[in-house]
Design a protein. Structure first.
Length: 154
């Protein structure tokens, strides 16, 4: 167990370091997102949210964080936005009104392509997955995320 934890922590540290070299501002915004909680909740609610991310949601938080940093390394992130505990790592390209937009959520990290704002319907859909992750914890990564992926592919 210790070696597995060491390997995952090392991979995250390397991924973060390389991401900071590639695009420092976006990388730091993604790091800060780990500590960004829903401002509409009480202090106790925010503490519980942080505890949940580091325990019940740890699996999907790890995947979402490293996927976001990996996208940043590849130049696939040009905007990071925070909204009520969620972090949107977005690549905005093309004409916002007509360009195809999509997203993928793991933990509190929403990876988006052409999501225009927090009022965008795609953002609202993906933010719903953030809420599901908070509610179902580890089971979100086993149940909801694969079902959503299959639906996206089909």
């Amino acid at each position: 167990m210790r070696y597995t934890s060491f390997a995952f922590s090392s991979a995250t540290a390397a991924n973060t370091g390389i991401s900071m070299i590639s695009e420092f501002d976006n990388a730091m915004d993604i790091v800060r997102g780990n500590y960004y909680y829903d401002e509409s909740k009480s202090v106790a609610g925010q503490l519980l949210q942080g505890f949940s991310r580091s325990t019940r949601e740890r699996f999907q938080q790890f995947i979402g964080y490293n996927f976001s940093q990996g996208r940043n390394i590849g130049g696939d992130v040009n905007q990071v936005t925070y909204y009520r505990g969620a972090v949107l790592a977005n690549l905005q390209f093309g004409e916002p009104k007509i360009a195809k937009h999509s997203g993928m959520t793991m933990g509190n990290l929403i990876n988006g392509w052409n999501i225009n704002s927090t009022d965008d319907l795609m953002f609202m859909h993906e933010n719903g997955h953030v809420l599901q992750s908070q509610r179902y914890g580890f089971y979100y990564g086993l149940w909801q995320a694969p079902a959503s992926l299959v639906n996206q592919i089909a």
